[in-house]
Design a binder for this molecule. Structure first.
Ligand SMILES: [Zn+2]
Length: 511
C-alpha cells in the first residue's frame, strides 16, 4: 500500500505540552491541561472513534474518517533522560533555609543547586495560595544506575535522597497510520497528536485494558525508543475520571464531595512536582491516582466534581495536599511517619471521631479491640488478620533480603496511628531492617497497612505460625475514606469532613 503524506496545514497546533514555568501564578485552573501518561513501550496501537480524528504531526495535519485505525512504529530515536538526585524538599515557609542547605552540601564537596517546582494559584478573592516547593538537587547523573549509586552512598551516610528522571532530548520516530477497512495508509512522524469530537478508544493490548478518552492523545517516543500514549485533559474531566476509581460512586454525596476536593487539591499540589521533570504530570495508576478516562465516569461522581468546582483545601497561605487513604483504623497517621517529608501541621494523626477518644498508646489492646471510629464501616479492614508459616515468611522476606530462614521479627517505633516506622527481621544468615510504611507492607505480601502486631502460635501440624493482627487499610494520612462515608451518613457536610481530617484547613475557591 502506498503511503500518502499528511497535508501541510498552516497554523497547525504544535504538539507541545503546556508545562508552565516553575513557580508561576495560575490565574484559571480551568485553562490548565494535565498530561496523563496512559501507556508505554508499544510498537503498535489500535484505536477508534465514532467521529473523524484530526492528526497533527509537526506542521502537518490531516483528518481521518471515523472508524478503526492502526498505528505502527517503524524506526525511532529514543528520548534522552538524565537523573537528578535530590536530598531535600522545602515548603514555602522554609525557603529561606535553602542557602544554609546549599552551603552545607558545598562544604561536603558537592555542587548542589536549588530548583523551584510547583506554582501558586489565584483565588476567586484575588489573593494567591502557594503550592511551590524548593528542591535541593545534589547532582545530575547520565544514567539511572549512577544516580542510584549516589543515593545508596548518601543513605549509607544517613541522608535519605530520591531521584527524578529529567527529559533532556525529545525522541522522534517514523511510522504508518492505516485503516484496513478504508484501504488507506499514511506515513507519520512522531510525536503525533490525535483529536476527535467523540472519545477515542484505545484497544486492549498487553497489560492494558480497552479504554476511552475525551482529551487529545499524544503519541511520543519514550526513553526505550518505543511509543508512549499521553492524554492532554482538563482538570475537571480528569477528576471525573478519577473519582469513581477512588471512591464508590454510590457513597453519600458529602463523602464524594469531600473526596473531590481532596483529589483536586492533591492534583494541584503535585502536578508540577511529581513527574514534571519527565515531561508529564501523572500516570493513570494507583501510584498517582487510578484513572480510567471518559469511559470510567459515573454521573454521581461527575455531580460531586461539578458541585465543588474550583474548591480546594488551604490553610490560608498554602494549598494543602489532599492526601487520603481507605481506612485509618481508628486514628490517622502523621505524614512524616509515612513519607520522608517535613511534618505538615494539617496532616497530624488524630482520632477518627470528632470527639477526643482513646488513642493507640497500648497497641496490643488497640488492635485486639474495636475502638470507636467512623471507619468501622470497613468491616473487612478496620481490623484484620493474616497467618503465615515460617516457610511462607522466609520465602516472602528472602525475595528482597537474602537472610535465610526467618527466626523472628522485631517491631520498631510507631507513628501516632500505630503504623510501624521500621521493623527488623532476623534470619539464619543475617538480618534486614525495613523502613517506612509501604516497604513494610510489601515485605509481607502486601499487607493492608503497617499497623500490626505479630503473635507466634503452634498451627494444626505443630509448626509455628506467625499471626499478624492489624488495623486499617492504606497509609492512614489525611482523609479517611471510610470515615468520610461514616461522617456523611451521620449527617455531616463535606466542609466538616474536610476540617476534621485536615486540621486547620478551610475550603478556598480558585478561579
Ligand atoms: Zn478512619
Amino acid at each position: 500500500m502506498l503511503l500518502a503524506a499528511l497535508a501541510v496545514v498552516a497554523n497547525a497546533q504544535p504538539t507541545s505540552t503546556n508545562l508552565t514555568p516553575d513557580g508561576a501564578v495560575i490565574e484559571d485552573i480551568n485553562a490548565e491541561r494535565l498530561l496523563i501518561r496512559l501507556r508505554e513501550s508499544l510498537r503498535t496501537i489500535s484505536l477508534s472513534s465514532d467521529a473523524p480524528i484530526r492528526v497533527t504531526s509537526g506542521p502537518y495535519e490531516s483528518e481521518l474518517p471515523a472508524g478503526k485505525w492502526n498505528i505502527q512504529l517503524n524506526d525511532s530515536t529514543p528520548a534522552q533522560f538524565r537523573y537528578r538526585v535530590i536530598v531535600k524538599g522545602l515548603n514555602p515557609d522554609e525557603f529561606d533555609e535553602a542557602p544554609q542547605h546549599l552551603k552545607e552540601w558545598r562544604a561536603r564537596g558537592y555542587t548542589p543547586e536549588s530548583m523551584m517546582l510547583g506554582h501558586r494559584l489565584r483565588l476567586a478573592s484575588g489573593e494567591t495560595i502557594d503550592a511551590r516547593v524548593l528542591w535541593i538537587c545534589l547532582a545530575v547523573r547520565d544514567t539511572k544506575l549512577q544516580a542510584e549509586t549516589l543515593r545508596n552512598e548518601l543513605e549509607a551516610e544517613g541522608t535519605w535522597a530520591w531521584q527524578r528522571a529529567e527529559l533532556s532530548t525529545t525522541g522522534s520516530g517514523k511510522g504508518a497510520l492505516s485503516s484496513a477497512a478504508l484501504g488507506k495508509a499514511y506515513a507519520i512522524t512522531f510525536p503525533v497528536t490525535l483529536t476527535s469530537s467523540q472519545p477515542i478508544t484505545i484497544a486492549k493490548q498487553n497489560v492494558y485494558e480497552s479504554r476511552s478518552y475525551s482529551g487529545d492523545l499524544i503519541l511520543e517516543i519514550g526513553g526505550d525508543g518505543a511509543l508512549t500514549v499521553t492524554e492532554r485533559v482538563g482538570i475537571s474531566d480528569y477528576l471525573s475520571g478519577v473519582l469513581p476509581s477512588e471512591m464508590p460512586a454510590l457513597w453519600p454525596t458529602d463523602a464524594l464531595k469531600a473526596q473531590a476536593i481532596a483529589a483536586r487539591s492533591d492534583v494541584l499540589a503535585h502536578m508540577r512536582v511529581k513527574h514534571f521533570l519527565s515531561g508529564f504530570h501523572f500516570t493513570d495508576t494507583v501510584r498517582d491516582r487510578a484513572y480510567k478516562g471518559a469511559g470510567g465516569r459515573h454521573p454521581a461522581a461527575d455531580a460531586a466534581v461539578a458541585a465543588t468546582r474550583g474548591e480546594v483545601l488551604s490553610d490560608g497561605a498554602r494549598l494543602l495536599p489532599g492526601v487520603f487513604s481507605a481506612t485509618c483504623g481508628g486514628w490517622t497517621e502523621d505524614n512524616d511517619t509515612v513519607w520522608s517529608a517535613p511534618g505538615d501541621a494539617a496532616l497530624r494523626g488524630r482520632s477518627d471521631l470528632s470527639a477526643a477518644a482513646a488513642s493507640p498508646t497500648n497497641i496490643r489492646k488497640w488492635l485486639k479491640s474495636t475502638p470507636p471510629g467512623y471507619c468501622t464501616y470497613d468491616n473487612k479492614h478496620f481490623r484484620w488478620k493474616r497467618r503465615f508459616s515460617r516457610a511462607e515468611l522466609t520465602r516472602m522476606v528472602n525475595q528482597k533480603h537474602n537472610i535465610g530462614r526467618v527466626q523472628r521479627v522485631e517491631l520498631g517505633d510507631r507513628g501516632s496511628s500505630g503504623r510501624l516506622k521500621w521493623i527488623r527481621v532476623y534470619g539464619a544468615k543475617g538480618n534486614a531492617t525495613v523502613k517506612k510504611e509501604l516497604p513494610i507492607r510489601q515485605l509481607f505480601g502486601s499487607l493492608p497497612s503497617a499497623m500490626f502486631i505479630i503473635d507466634e502460635a503452634k498451627g494444626a501440624n505443630g509448626q509455628t505460625e506467625f499471626i499478624f493482627t492489624g488495623g486499617g487499610r492504606g497509609h492512614g494520612v489525611g482523609l479517611c475514606q471510610y470515615g468520610a462515608r461514616g461522617m456523611a451518613e451521620a449527617g455531616q457536610g463535606y466542609g466538616a469532613i474536610l476540617r476534621h481530617y485536615y486540621a486547620g484547613s478551610t475550603v478556598a475557591k480558585v478561579k
